[in-house]
Design a protein around this ligand. Sequence first.
Ligand SMILES: C[S@@+](CC[C@H](N)C(=O)[O-])C[C@H]1O[C@@H](n2cnc3c(N)ncnc32)[C@H](O)[C@@H]1O
Length: 190
Amino acid sequence: MAKNEASADPTNSPRTVVVGRATLINADCLTWMQERPPNSVHAVVTDPPYGLREFGEVEKAKLRTGRGGVWRIPPEFDGSKRMPLPRFTTLTAKEQLAMRAFFTEWAKLVLKVLVPGGHVFIAANPLVSHLAYLPMIDAGFEKRGEIIRLVQTLRGGDRPKNAHEEFPDVTVMPRSAWEPWGFFVSRAKG
Ligand SMILES: C[S@@+](CC[C@H](N)C(=O)[O-])C[C@H]1O[C@@H](n2cnc3c(N)ncnc32)[C@H](O)[C@@H]1O
């Protein structure tokens, strides 16, 4: 996967907005961290991409047309239709390896920019958390626990796509009730 395919800004040119004491930077985080001095960030809180594929042009076009791709059938309840979310269950073995590679590079860079003893808080879900956690531990972070976000999805999340009209009451996944958000600390750097 080309780096800028997953980027928040395909031009890769950082755009900066100052809001009070905060500075918001729209950039590829990998490029941004490569350019930061070591030990210059005190903490990282992130809701990272777990698909990569859904941020590519092909999948974004399928989202807009409402047909095919990685997208779930949008949940509907009481006449209110929600935005379609990506299905993590469609990740192939190759794509999971690509995710592991992304988080391996990400974790090494976070370790570089973070002060020793700095914390990292990563939003995740039970289907994909290991794809981020294992590279974090391999890079030299210590897992300090998980904070559980209690959620109640409308149903299991996945109807059997393309057979959902024939089997409207069937769900192919257990209904989600919690999300683990990983909490890590950087070990002393050797
Ligand atoms: C799971 S979404 C975060 C959603 C956000 N928490 C919200 O509630 O709207 C992951 C985000 O990471 C961004 N992203 C993907 N690759 C990136 C990269 N290399 N650098 C910076 N942002 C990236 C995507 O554009 C996407 O907005």
